[in-house]
Design a protein around this ligand. Structure first.
Ligand code: NDP
Length: 333
């Protein structure tokens, strides 16, 4: 069984030397346990936070232990009557070929309904993040303008499409032309702005949002957010989902203070984590699944092959390698 450990805490951008791939033999199962064969692993930006020891809403990854994340896997052995070999499940498991679990927190998925990988993307955690952050905090109304940063990623692509379903004008901000073309040509965004090649983001936003910004779904923070904040409307709603531009900084980035902007526009800014809405997750998954089946939500996955490449796939999130959800395929079903 190959497994990845966190061996030291990264300072700035993580590097290979912070991780170790080792091989161990599998333990025998105890009563109540199941053995899960990893099929897909999810890499997510929040994992960067867990690699540090700063206090946050999830515990830091302990040093010298197997890294954890979203996994779709197949139960191959069971000493737990709730689970049978052949069951396909999603849950929080290790960056390894096989995980031993007591079954708690695992959710069974039906491979005949949708590709199993979608349980880590469009109908999984990122989809739910988009769904609840946009609908509960953003409260988008027909005809309003919604701006989303990190627009071509797992969460952003879904945010923009839900906003279109709700009848909004949608403007996405992303880091290359191919991503921008995907957003406007395939996902129906009204405008996409490449923040890496746009010299004056404020001017570009002014042109893209002639009626100002009613809802801002923030995945990135930093200067992009400063620019969007300069365009917010009276009673705008800002869902603070992520701040990826800040995750690898060694010193805090003190940008313009946004509170004046909020005050002047009677706007609401609210941070959230997807688990705040845990009680409604089932409803969210059903709605997202239905939109996918109806073709109202499209999704893309960027799949890297091989457990040995999981660190590289994770680091790719910070280079912007992915369009849609970044996954690692470890084995075939
Ligand atoms: P993505 O699929 O969006 O991948 C990350 C993307 O971020 C990259 O593709 C890259 O795209 C962009 N990016 C990387 N570095 C920067 C930077 N310095 N400035 C601007 N953009 C950058 O990831 P997710 O969709 O999984 O997550 C998106 C955000 O949502 C993250 O901030 C994450 O932490 C947050 N999140 C929050 C949750 C919550 O519960 N609150 C749950 C899930 C995610 P580009 O080429 O456009 O730069």
């Amino acid at each position: 069984n190959r497994q990845f450990l966190l061996t030291s805490r990264p300072v700035g951008m993580p590097a290979d030397e912070n991780f170790e791939l080792r091989e161990v033999t599998l333990p025998d199962l105890e009563d109540g346990q199941v053995l899960v064969r990893t099929l897909y692993l999810s890499v997510d930006p929040y994992m960067r936070g867990r690699m540090s020891d700063a206090k946050s809403y999830v515990e830091p990854y302990p040093l010298g232990e197997v890294l954890q994340g979203g996994v779709v896997g197949e139960i191959v052995e069971s000493k737990n009557e709730r689970w049978q070999p052949g069951d396909v499940v999603v849950g929080l498991l290790g960056w390894q070929d096989f995980s031993v679990s007591n079954g708690r927190g695992l959710l069974k998925i039906d491979p005949s309904v949708a590709p199993i990988s979608t349980a880590l993307g469009v109908v999984g955690m990122p989809g739910l993040t988009a769904y609840f952050g946009l609908l509960e905090i953003g409260q988008p109304q027909e005809g309003e303008t919604v701006v989303v940063s990190g627009a071509a990623g797992a969460v952003g692509t879904i945010v923009g499409q839900i906003a279109k379903i709700k009848g909004c004008r949608v403007v996405g901000i992303a880091g290359d032309d191919e991503k921008c073309a995907y957003l406007t040509h395939e996902l129906g965004f009204d405008v996409a702005i490449n923040y890496k090649t746009t010299a004056d983001m404020r001017a570009a936003l002014k042109e893209a949002c002639p009626n100002g910004v009613d809802v801002y779904f923030d995945n990135v923070g930093g200067e992009i957010t400063d620019a969007v904040m300069s365009r917010i409307n009276f009673q705008a709603r800002i869902a603070i989902c992520g701040q990826i531009s800040q995750y690898n900084l060694e010193k805090p980035d003190l940008g313009p203070r946004v509170f004046t902007q909020l005050l002047k526009s009677s706007a609401l800014a609210k941070g959230f984590i997807v688990n705040d809405y845990a009680k409604q997750h089932k409803e969210g998954m059903q709605q997202l699944g239905q939109w996918v089946m109806e073709g109202k939500i499209k999704y893309r996955e960027n799949i890297v092959d091989g457990l040995e490449n999981v660190v590289e796939a994770f680091l790719g999130l910070f280079r912007g390698d992915n369009i849609g959800k970044q996954l690692v395929k470890v084995a075939d079903l």
